[in-house]
Design a protein around this ligand. Structure first.
Ligand SMILES: [Zn+2]
Length: 469
């Protein structure tokens, strides 16, 4: 793909969020230079303090004052003692051994290699671990002075910091736990080939790409309805440890333009006080209301039906059907076919109960689910059925797996939506299905929040348009 074609933006937003936001980009650099002049000695200290990314705009203070000349011998000894320190960063790989890991960081230090091999904390935290953020500090002779690995193993708001430090002739190690800090990241892209190609180019993590697809899953079928030229903007939480991005959090707001139509969404959690409490129930059980995604005018994006019977993933997005279903025998083909590898999970698009689960001639292994209002959905050619006749199922629940049973020449899911026995376009039904508005008591808070989100998404779209020029 040509670079100029693709539009991706990367932009870190630093608007303050309610919890522990720390601006790691603000940096303070201090440079001290000692000049020896023939007529006497002057110490010139020039200090540059940068409080933001644009260093050129900032004032530089120079302070000059005469000092008494020092004897030359102690000065040159002091210079010898002050060695240059080298800083390098990398990401750990599953194939890493103690040797390869240090080699990649440019460290040549047999004592350090031996320590990493022998120390239990280092072996557990570093060797053969994928995706951990590494920072190394080395002497000018490439000996290891300090090595720090950071990672966030659980979704509990914390990260691990493994510190390996030189102590005289040997090393010590310690493992610490510290809280992640959240910042918001704004990114976007334009679809050229697939959603994942676009999010990869914009360096958006997969977890965020999948969230975008799920948020809009009532309106856009990401398996079938994406168009070249569709574009999106997203604001999501980036969780950092000591300023290193370690984990992507929740999508806070997003915009998707599909086939010329704009969809917008924002995360909103109703304040606990706005929920009326049933008699006899304590506030404690209600203090955490469930959040969800809403349109900017306050309609929930949760619908009675999902647009797609398969969750969007890297696997399903890239899979193409090798063979068309046997159309000659499959005359009345009134469904939608989803190409996917055998074994891909199939989900019920809505709440209901299993009307049929078993084998039928052309359908092979098939599940019929009965929903309200005489709506029925059909999932055919399954390799495996995970439900039984009469069983209740909820929206998103796994009901089986993609296969090629019945009249199918390659693995795919045949999906139908019937209303009173008549076939309907599933996507149209999903879009029409009812949604729940935000509660009247939360509405003022919601609308204030939504106007901020609207500005962010407008800014994102502008930035993106700028990068397309
Ligand atoms: Zn079909």
């Amino acid at each position: 793909m040509k670079h100029g074609l693709f539009t991706a933006i990367h932009y870190v937003l630093t608007f303050a969020r309610q919890f522990g936001l720390r601006h790691h980009q603000g940096l303070i650099a201090t440079v001290a230079v000692l000049l020896l002049l023939s007529g006497g000695a002057y110490a010139v200290a020039s200090v540059v303090v940068s409080l933001g990314p644009d260093v050129a705009q900032l004032p530089i203070h120079e302070v000059s004052e005469p000092v008494t000349p020092l004897p030359l011998q102690p000065q040159s000894e002091a210079l010898d003692a002050h060695q240059v320190q080298l800083y390098r960063s990398d990401i750990s790989r599953s194939s890493d051994t103690a040797d390869t890991l240090l080699m990649r960081l440019g460290i040549d230090d047999p004592v350090a290699v031996a320590f990493l091999r022998a120390d239990p904390k280092a072996r557990q935290g570093l060797v053969g671990r994928v995706g951990r953020s590494l920072n190394a500090e080395a002497s000018d002779s490439n000996a290891l002075l300090k090595l720090v690995a950071r990672w966030s193993p659980d979704d509990d708001g914390n990260f691990k910091r493994l510190v390996i430090e030189r102590n005289g002739p040997t090393f010590s190690s310690r493992l610490e736990t510290a809280p992640l800090t959240a910042s918001s990241r704004l990114a976007g892209g334009t679809i050229q080939t697939s959603l994942f190609a676009a999010t990869d180019d914009a360096q958006i993590p997969d977890t965020v790409a999948i969230q975008i697809a799920e948020i809009f899953s009532g309106d856009i079928d990401f398996h079938r309805a994406l168009r070249k030229g569709d574009r999106f903007s997203v604001v999501y939480e980036a969780l950092e440890g000591d300023g290193e991005p370690l984990r992507a959090g929740r999508v806070l707001s997003a915009e998707f333009v599909n086939d010329g139509k704009t969809y917008q969404a924002m995360w909103f959690q109703e304040p606990a006080s706005s929920t009326a409490l049933p008699q006899g129930e304590s506030r404690a059980t209600h203090s955490l209301t469930k959040g969800g995604y809403y349109t900017l005018d306050g309609q929930s994006l949760r619908r009675a039906y999902l647009a797609s019977p398969m969750a969007f993933s890297r696997v399903t997005s890239g899979f193409k059907m090798r063979f068309h279903p046997i159309l000659q025998k499959w005359r009345a083909h009134l469904g939608v076919d989803y190409a996917a590898p055998t074994g891909t999970a199939v989900r019920s698009v809505g709440d209901g109960f299993v009307e049929f689960a078993g084998v039928q001639n052309g359908f092979g292994n098939v599940v019929f689910i009965r929903h309200r209002n005489n709506h029925t959905t059909v999932y055919a050619h399954l390799s495996r059925i995970a439900v039984k006749r009469g069983q209740r199922v909820s929206q998103g629940q796994n009901i089986g797996a993609v296969g090629a049973t019945g009249w199918a020449t390659g693995p795919h899911l045949h999906y139908e939506f019937r209303v009173n026995g008549t076939h309907q376009n599933p996507l149209a039904i999903a879009r029409k299905s009812e949604s729940i508005p935000v509660s009247p008591t939360s509405r003022p808070v919601f609308m204030r929040f939504a106007s901020t989100v609207r500005q962010q998404l407008a800014a994102a779209a502008l930035l993106q348009a700028g990068t397309t020029q």
